[in-house]
Ligand binder design. Structure first.
Ligand code: NAD
Ligand code: WQD
Length: 340
């Protein structure tokens, strides 16, 4: 049977890589994206990579009337919901913006999925829901607790999905908790395009490498880790994309509600990432040690056993390849998608 999937936020960083994975596996896609944090060019490039076409609705998922058009005009058997805001720091300053966009978009999609009987749903959650993990590697059974409005929006949506699934035993819902996605498609055609000064480590490093930013500030060197810098589980965005295809296949077996960590299971410190990037690019990354960033946890990395056992998910790319691909994307697109 040929599947068709509605992908919200498909023009974004993770969404665009997932589109490549879906289209390459003969799954049709319909994209809803209002481009509030992305560009149409990303979709054109996905079409270029896959030689397949994408049906696009440039709509805001918070506009239920418009969103209903998509459900009315198309037949699809699953929704993958990437659309949302994701900047932790901004969410602390303007929490309502985050609650509105992240919660209302999900509520609209769920209500319409219920009305149009689309019974398979994948949601982009985040390792941020583990707050300060009591132990690492952190498993899906750990308590969830958010430290920012962004994280709270993810926890609330997870709860919303859990209640919905209790009321609808014939619905299949996958909550995927991503760790730290980095890297880009090996073609160098699609990748992450932060607006303004990047908040995340890898885009910051690549912008220092290309000369856009003078140096990197390492946020704290007094953490209880081997070299004193924080440890995270960085995962190649193409591995993450593959995780969505596997999760989708799982949903098609009528699995009910499932929750998976998507990470590599390996933690790297900030200094290790800098050194891996230097090795991959052949460049020196100037950096200085600064104070801790509020809200950072000393270490977080995933227990990957459940995803391995139930989805057959194993991350294939190592840190060196993640850095190589991030650097290729940055070099080929110094101005992001505006270049062409
Ligand atoms: P992104 O900002 O690159 O992509 C999100 C996309 O959604 C963008 O194209 C944006 O234009 C679109 N969008 C946002 N609100 C919308 C709305 N109301 N209607 C229609 N389109 C809308 O982010 P990403 O890194 O690709 O993240 C995708 C999802 O994964 C998000 O939900 C994010 O919270 C989650 N996530 C991201 C990370 C990460 O580090 N990148 C980690 C964990 C979880
Ligand atoms: C990684 C490490 C920083 C920038 C965030 C979100 C999380 C998820 C993934 C969405 C940390 C250090 C960073 C810099 C630095 N996103 N760092 N200098 O904070 O682990 O996770 O993205 O769901 O919710 O919180 O990722 O890339 O910001 O930081 O030293 O300029 O790099 O302190 O230790 P984080 P990050």
């Amino acid at each position: 049977m040929r599947h068709c999937v509605l992908v919200t936020g498909g023009a974004g960083y993770i969404g665009s890589h997932t589109l490549v994975e879906l289209l390459s596996n003969e799954i049709e896609v319909i994209v809803v994206d209002n481009f509030c944090n992305s560009s149409k060019e990303a979709l054109r490039r996905v079409e270029e990579i896959t030689k397949k076409s994408i049906k696009l609705y440039p709509y805001d998922c918070c506009d239920k009337e418009l969103l209903e058009e998509v459900f009315r005009q198309n037949t699809f058997d699953a929704v993958i919901h990437f659309a949302g805001y994701k900047a932790v720091g901004e969410s602390v300053r303007v929490p309502l913006k985050y609650f509105r966009n992240n919660l209302i978009s999900t509520l609209n999609l769920l209500e319409l999925s219920e009305k149009y009987q689309v019974k398979n749903f994948i949601f982009s959650s985040s390792a941020t829901v583990y707050g300060v993990p009591k132990t690492v590697p952190v498993s899906e059974e750990s308590e969830i607790f958010a430290m920012s409005p962004y994280g709270q929006s993810k926890c609330m949506i997870e709860q919303m999905l859990t209640s919905f699934s209790k009321a609808h035993s014939d619905w299949n819902i996958a909550i995927l908790r991503y760790f730290n996605p980095i890297g880009a498609h090996p073609s160098g055609k699609i990748g992450e395009e932060p607006r303004g000064i990047p908040n995340n480590l890898l885009p910051y490093i690549t912008q220092v490498a290309i000369g856009k930013l003078p140096y990197l500030t390492v946020f704290g060197k007094d953490y209880p880790t081997e070299d004193g810098t924080c440890i995270r589980d960085y995962i190649h965005v193409c591995d993450l994309a593959c995780g969505h295809l596997l999760a989708l296949r799982k949903l098609y077996t009528n699995c009910g509600r499932v929750v998976y960590n998507l990470g590599t299971g390996k933690g790297y410190s900030v200094l290790e990432v800098i050194h891996a990037f230097e090795e991959a690019s052949g460049l020196k990354i100037p950096y200085q040690i600064g104070p801790r960033r509020e809200g950072d946890v000393p270490q977080n990395f995933a227990s990957v056993e459940k995803a391995k056992k139930e989805l057959n998910f194993v991350a294939k790319y190592d840190l060196h390849q993640m850095c190589e691909d991030a650097w290729r994307w940055q070099q080929k697109n110094p101005k992001g998608y505006q270049e062409e």
